[in-house]
Design a protein around this ligand. Sequence first.
Ligand code: G6P
Ligand code: MN
Length: 450
Amino acid sequence: MRLTILGGGGFRVPLVYGALLRGTGGPLIEEVVLYDVSEERLNAIGHVLARLAAGHDRPPRVRATTDLDDALRDATFVFSAIRVGGLEGRTADERVALDLGVLGQETIGPGGVAFGLRTIPVAMRVAERVAAVAPDAWVINFTNPAGMITEAMQRVLGDRVIGICDSPVGLIRRAARALGLDPDRTAPDYVGLNHLGWLRGLSHGGRDVLPDLLADDAALKLVEEARLFGPEWVRSLGALPNEYLYYYDFTREAVAAIRGAAQTRGEALLGRQAGFYAAVRHAPERALAEWERTRAERDASYMAETRDTAGAGEREAADLSAGGYEGIALALMTTLARGGSTTMILNVRNGTAVAGLPPEAVVEVPCAVDAGGVRRLAAGPLPGRFLGLVQQVKAVEQLTIEAAVTGSASLAVQAFAAHPLVDSVSVARHLLDGYRARIPELDAVFRPAP
Ligand code: G6P
Ligand code: MN
């Protein structure tokens, strides 16, 4: 079988390849095809993968190409992890918003809308090429904002595209471990959108053990999300929020912390990444060591500014070994290819799973996965205060998709203005102008084709 990775020059591709090399149950993938717009980055990652493969018998072959159709042809699986506009785009997503006094973050708030606006046309073109040259392939989407992008790609590919994220499973594992339970023996009641969901229950041996956790101060201290939001707040919610909810629940603190830091997350990663690609060319060995070191650092510092503000302390070492997003992608791929059955939290079409959301809306919910595909499990109704936020953010996502598909600046302003983290229509207008001025890929969405 062939696995095609879109964004194959990305510096997380070695994680996916490393997971394939470690793969249990025998080789599944014979060939990995890396596709990227940058030949230089493809070469760099190619070096790293060759180093990782050394010493393994029959490692998956690796081929790199800058031709999309060539990359997609005969693929059984396609991983999509592209970043339109690169990390420079990410830093603009952050800064334009922060300069206007609102949240500047990769996927939440206006930064996420800007990221979506420029990514949607590219993701939909990818979907069209998959439909044309690899119509039976499964597309596993990590391209952020993952919910929005998966929904846009589903317009073309339907249920053949599935979105993934590592944050819900991380939360569930932390919650189970805090109670001394094996996470694999628990069943989560987790519902929401990507980067906007809550763990409302955790069933173990037929009983919901989440109330035990919420009542237990010592156990709660072991859960990063509980430290982030504080035990009183999670108790009054009756649920453990996804860590990204911090940006909604503590917006003021988050904005102040990010503005107060010397660098945004994107700016910090940009510096590290540039160093990595430069080093690979001259000294692949050293670059590989550096890459391993930066992984640990990168994971440990992820969302550090919000944890610092909340006094939530360091990330636990155990949190870093939950398998990461590459573990989830491979588990999904392996079950789709080989069968068996497993439950995973995935981004799929709502249908009737979450009452109050349209059927085509992509939601993040527990799903049963087997060789036939993915089936969402029914979710109990969301209480009003959760549902209201989910509906509003879904409306923003759908306005963003419409704006990107039609090239309508008016719809884009509506998307920014409808966001609960944008407090004025005039700010929404400034956001669109600011992003258009700084990000050529975003500006191009609103220019008539020549
Ligand atoms: C988590 C999220 C991803 C997000 C990433 C950001 O893994 O699930 O959706 O892109 O964090 O990490 P970074 O190191 O790029 O800030
Ligand atoms: Mn994610």
